[in-house]
Design a protein around this ligand. Structure first.
Ligand SMILES: CC[C@H](C(=O)O)C(=O)SCCNC(=O)CCNC(=O)[C@H](O)C(C)(C)COP(=O)(O)OP(=O)(O)OC[C@H]1O[C@@H](n2cnc3c(N)ncnc32)[C@H](O)[C@@H]1OP(=O)(O)O
Ligand SMILES: [Co+2]
Length: 134
């Protein structure tokens, strides 16, 4: 069921500073910030030869990553995103196996304009998993 590793997400307090760190100190290619109001985050993507790094900054009062940053004030790895060929079939298989799909079980549109779902970290070895339609 799982395809490519689409991205690894890092939650940060200051996305401009983190972008400069990756662009300047690490010499990486960093996209411009994009505010995703419906997801409560501002994101940038760092393109690597084999995957991407997604930097996330809280956006708005109800950001889903706010408490994560309270627990991890320096920031930290927030989630991994795997691609799947059929996100609805993947959802149904996961729900049937007892895994918890976060929020609505209907996929939302993610930062790449494709359907995404999130799986509860407590069901997957303490790791928040995002699935994105390939
Ligand atoms: C979709 C756009 C973009 C893209 O790539 O396209 C994105 O990726 S947007 C990313 C931001 N959006 C989300 O993360 C949506 C899904 N996340 C959530 O709904 C929440 O973050 C949630 C429910 C996973 C956690 O929310 P919160 O921290 O407020 O809840 P709790 O404090 O109740 O946490 C419950 C339990 O889970 C542990 N936890 C929380 N976050 C993580 C994490 N990122 N990795 C691992 N574990 C996590 C937390 O410590 C609690 O554990 P406990 O032992 O009970 O204390
Ligand atoms: Co993501």
């Amino acid at each position: 069921m799982l395809g490519r590793l689409n991205h690894v997400a890092i939650a940060v307090r200051d996305i401009a500073a983190a972008s400069n760190l990756y662009r300047g100190t690490l010499g990486a290619q960093v996209s411009e910030p994009e505010a995703l109001e419906e997801h409560g985050v501002t994101v940038v993507f760092i393109t690597l030869p084999n995957t991407k790094i997604e930097l996330l900054e809280p956006l708005g009062a109800d950001s889903p990553i706010a408490k994560f940053l309270e627990r991890n004030p320096d920031g930290g790895i927030h989630h991994v995103c795997y691609e799947v060929d059929d996100i609805l079939a993947a959802r149904d298989r996961l729900v049937n196996s007892g895994a918890r799909v976060l929020g609505s079980s209907e996929p939302k549109t993610g930062a790449h304009g494709k359907p995404v779902l999130f799986l509860h970290p407590k069901d997957f070895n303490g790791t928040l998993i995002e699935l994105e339609q390939a």
